[in-house]
Structure formats: C-alpha cells, structure tokens
Design a protein around this ligand. Structure first.
Ligand code: CA
Length: 203
C-alpha cells in the first residue's frame, strides 16, 4: 500500500509535467506566430503595362530565364546578381538559351547587361547606371511571367528596349507582408489544434 506522501509527490510531479507541457505549447505557438510574421510573401503580379526600371523579386518557384530574339549591333552579356552572387546567363546572341535557378521567395533580382563593345554596364533601374537613367523595361505577359528588354547605348539610345530581351518566370514586382488579420486567424487555428491534441492525449 502506498503512503500519502508518495501520492502527494506523484500529484505534484504530474502537475509540474502538465505545466511544463503547457509552457512548451505556448512557446511553440509564440515562435510559430513570430516566424509567420517575419516571412515575406511575394505579391502575385498582375498583368500591367510595361514598366521602365521596375523591381523584380523571386516568388520561390523555379526561376527560369530564356533569352529571346534581339536587335543590336553590339554583343551584350546578361548577368543576374542575387544576394551578392553573380550568375552569368548568356549574351543577346544566345537566343533560346534557358537557365534555371532555384531561389527562395523574396529575393531582389538585380539583372544587368555588360556591353562588350563599349564596356558599359547597365541595370534595369537608373540608380547605379553610368548615365543615371533606366535601361530595362519589364512587361508582364501574365501573372508571374515577364519579358524584360534592355537598351545598350549610353543615355538610352533609341529606347526600343530590344538590344537584349529575355523572359523570366516566377517573378513579381514587389513583396508584401501577410495581412495581420490572417496571421491572427492562423495563430488561433494552430492553438486550437494543439489544444485539441493535448486534450485527446490526456483523456
Ligand atoms: Ca535599341
């Protein structure tokens, strides 16, 4: 026969276990909510008019770049810089070349051309360009798929943006954070689920 002290100790021990479990559940929910609020969510790009010097962001799928037909006397190299890493894609003369890159969502895609004949480098937007003007135009064919065209002459040339052209998929023009209301809803759902499982495991 077990004595009262033994049962008392058992009750305290069980109570401690339950308190610890509750604490772990609360910490897990708080950590999950924090994680969800910190995750950027790429906005689904809507088909819109071509935009000069537009930003491009990865949406987390397979980023595919295909070099399209061009019209230029120069040879232009296409490069993509992502988080400080340079990717050489091809030149404007490599029409049909396809390059696939696995990138996480929300990466800022800094495309640029290097004009072999003149030594100039031009980015999509004007900032960082030697002439201070935008050299790239972004035209969404459908949500997530854009055609991008570059001008290769200092000060903008004839501005038909077909000196190097490529199509890129799994992209968007901006990043938005998830709506706070949907996060609260999601957090509540997770807590309900955890609570339900905890009750079942203690029945
Ligand atoms: Ca041109």
């Amino acid at each position: 026969m077990k004595n009262a002290a033994f049962w008392g100790l058992g009750a305290i021990s069980k109570g401690n276990r339950l308190m610890r479990r509750n604490r772990i559940i609360i910490i897990m929910c708080a950590a999950l909510t924090l994680l969800l609020t910190s995750l950027p969510e790429p906005k689904s790009a809507e088909a819109s008019p071509a935009t000069l010097g537009a930003d491009l962001f990865s949406t987390g799928g397979n980023l595919q770049i295909q070099i399209l037909p061009f019209s230029s006397a120069y040879t232009n190299e296409l490069h993509l810089s992502v988080s400080g890493v340079d990717h050489f894609i091809g030149t404007n003369r490599d029409v049909g070349t396809i390059v696939n890159l696995a990138l996480p969502a929300g990466e800022n895609l800094d495309f640029r051309i290097f004009v072999r004949n003149t030594g100039h480098t031009f980015h999509l937007a004007g900032a960082g360009n030697p002439d201070g003007i935008a050299h790239g135009i972004v035209d969404y064919r459908e949500p997530g798929i854009a055609d991008v065209g570059f001008e290769d002459l200092f000060s903008g040339g004839d501005r038909d943006f077909n000196d190097l052209v490529f199509r890129v998929s799994e992209v968007a023009d901006s990043i938005i954070n998830p709506e706070p209301a949907s996060l609260i809803l999601m957090g509540s759902g997770v807590m309900l689920l955890v609570g339900w499982r905890w009750r079942r495991s203690n029945q």
